[in-house]
Design a protein. Structure first.
Length: 259
């Protein structure tokens, strides 16, 4: 799939600053023509730049760019799936919780749809998550209206926030683009910050779901510090130092294993 292939290109480039087109074609088992077409599409999203017969990744978080939802879903997909499965442990019968937008939460929603056997209420502003969950009769789905972001399919703005004023959530499963272990949680989109903060405000417990690659990334817009986070769910790539720092902050850490 094109989205999966482009996600792998971004992952390879995050590990190695520059890759020649021929090397990428070999890694992915496709033609140079296909690689050039993928690079052109990623370049149009301002995610990569061509250079000397190859490609380099741009610091897209710091300029407010994100891969398209379909591509982003394949980035660290195994870790996201494991995190979603771990998050099921935090669900109880008759829960009412907010499921934030994003592909990690989407991976959780796919697990939730298959596994939930008791009544729950899920509030979300993510169209992909809503579409995934609406066919399960055990899930009472509440969708946050408002403006919809192109390519990421999530609602934002005053209408979404006003709906949250009438909700008291037991839990918030919260997503982000970057985690600074000393300063807090960051996001690449300014449009989403106010809604995320409102979600935190109306929730009894805040659970941050972030794969280990997001630790050390600092997107341009600050969401909250760790005083607002109760639990973190991440994968086995999270370092011992990061685990220790979370423990010192009094934050419960759940580590997802497997894929």
């Amino acid at each position: 799939m094109k989205a999966e292939r482009q996600a792998k290109i971004l992952q390879y480039l995050s590990e190695k600053h520059y890759l020649a087109n021929e090397e990428l074609a070999g890694k992915l088992g496709v033609s140079i023509v296909t690689i050039r077409r993928d690079i052109k599409e990623l370049s149009e999203q301002n995610l990569v730049q061509t250079k000397h017969g190859g490609v380099v990744v741009t610091d897209y978080l710091n300029v407010g760019n994100e891969p398209h939802y379909e591509t982003k879903a394949f980035i660290n997909a195994d870790a996201k799936k494991a995190i979603g499965r771990k998050a099921l442990e935090y669900i109880t019968e008759n829960d009412l919780f907010i499921l934030d937008s994003g592909t990690t939460n989407y991976a959780f929603a796919k697990q939730l749809k298959m596994m939930i056997k008791t009544p729950i209420t899920v509030v979300t502003g993510d169209l992909q998550i809503a579409r995934e969950l609406c066919s399960n009769g055990n899930i009472n789905l509440v969708f946050l209206g408002g403006s919809i972001k192109t390519n990421t399919y999530n609602s934002y703005g005053l209408f979404s926030e006003s709906m949250l004023e009438n909700i008291k959530s037991h839990k918030l499963f919260f997503g982000c683009d970057g985690v600074d272990i000393y300063q807090g949680v960051y996001n690449s989109s300014l449009d989403e910050i106010s809604l995320k903060r409102k979600m935190i405000e109306v929730s009894d417990s805040v659970i941050l779901m972030a794969d280990s690659t997001k630790f050390g990334l600092k997107a341009p817009y600050f969401v909250c510090d760790f005083s607002r986070i109760d639990k973190v769910i991440s994968d086995i790539g999270i370092t011992e130092e990061q685990q220790q720092l979370l423990s010192e902050k009094g934050i419960d850490l759940g580590i997802a294993v497997g894929n």
